[in-house]
Design a protein around this ligand. Structure first.
Ligand code: ZN
Length: 317
């Protein structure tokens, strides 16, 4: 992170003062909702489902913003400092978290790393041997941070949120456990829908014109996944990788290529033109648009739409 940003953050923290931020907690009572600050949309949705009426959830990422380049501004740090819980994906997705936490003086803040207990997949290379390292992944540069796209992991993440929320608010632990279990049940059904929905497809070659986000999903349902870009959406593919992709498409008679709605579809469009393939949108779910937020689109809604697109693109029965 830039030195100037850190300096700005420290100055802001000093001027706000830790004491002032604790004011709200002095009046902690039954009516006050717990404030949860989350980094990515799946966490925002999970925390809301588990916390229900007892919480107020904030998504740090502004709508439509690509998360891999996100760095918190001083006002975001103040938002985190004022929270009761801060929920993030993990070190591989948000390498800036450790630095920020060092500058926050809030012994009451419960910090939740939802990757706890989850084995991260390597993002080193795909089947073409194309390297997928990218900027913005800090010490876990070679780990694939998109853990929520394995719905078994998503269930574990919901469990972790419920556990940590109960630590902060033990009197409602039964309520959180019930909400978590009901939501985990929905995630199980989603997983089952994917398993049956992707069982009988004409091709299992999943070609993605976006960044390397869907490998957890592909591995869970036995698909061969190749993406045009690396883990970070800004990592441009080499010309050789593009040519390899076009050849693979011809070899496997791939009729559809997927693109990301929040990233530029330029490369996917080029390949589609070259090969005569059709384009289909697919959302990794890190973030949503302002419109989707207003419509209260859920993580499960997004994943159901993805399943429909995958079934179409892979020509499943
Ligand atoms: Zn991503």
């Amino acid at each position: 992170m830039k030195k100037l940003t850190i300096l700005l953050i420290i100055l802001t923290l000093v001027s706000f003062g830790a004491a002032g931020c604790k004011e709200g907690r002095q009046h902690d009572n039954e009516k006050r909702r717990l404030r949860i600050v989350t980094t990515l949309f799946p966490l925002f949705d999970f925390a809301g489902k588990v916390g229900g009426e007892r919480v107020e959830v904030v998504l740090l990422l502004p709508p439509g913003v690509e998360p891999h380049d996100f760095e918190p501004k001083p006002k975001d740090v103040v938002t985190i400092q004022k929270a009761d819980l801060f929920v993030y994906t993990g070190r591989a997705m948000e390498p800036w978290v450790q630095t920020i936490l060092k500058s926050i003086d809030s012994k009451d803040l419960v910090v939740v790393d939802t990757s706890k207990g989850i084995t991260l997949r390597s993002a080193d290379e795909d089947h073409d041997g194309h390297r997928h390292g990218g900027k913005g992944h800090g010490p876990d540069m070679n780990s694939d941070p998109h853990i929520w796209l394995d719905f078994g992991n998503a269930q574990a993440m919901v469990g972790t949120i419920a556990e940590e929320l109960s630590k902060r608010d033990p009197k409602a632990s039964d309520y959180y456990a019930r909400n978590a279990s009901a939501y985990i049940d929905q995630l199980r059904k989603l997983d089952e829908a994917y398993r049956t929905g992707l069982a009988g497809c004409k091709t299992r070659f999943f070609l993605h014109g976006g960044h390397y986000a869907f490998n957890y999903l592909a591995q869970r349902y036995g698909l061969t996944y190749v993406s045009l870009r690396g883990v970070s959406p800004n990592a441009e593919p080499s010309p050789a990788h593009l040519v390899g992709m076009v050849n693979k498409m011809k070899q496997y008679q791939v009729s559809h290529i997927f693109y990301e709605e929040l990233a530029s579809p330029r490369l996917a469009e080029t390949i589609a033109r070259e090969t005569g393939a059709n384009l289909l949108p697919l959302s990794p779910g890190h973030n949503v648009t302002t419109e989707q937020m207003e419509q209260r689109v859920s993580f499960i809604d997004i994943m159901k739409t993805n399943l429909t697109m995958l079934q179409k693109g892979l020509q499943c029965k």
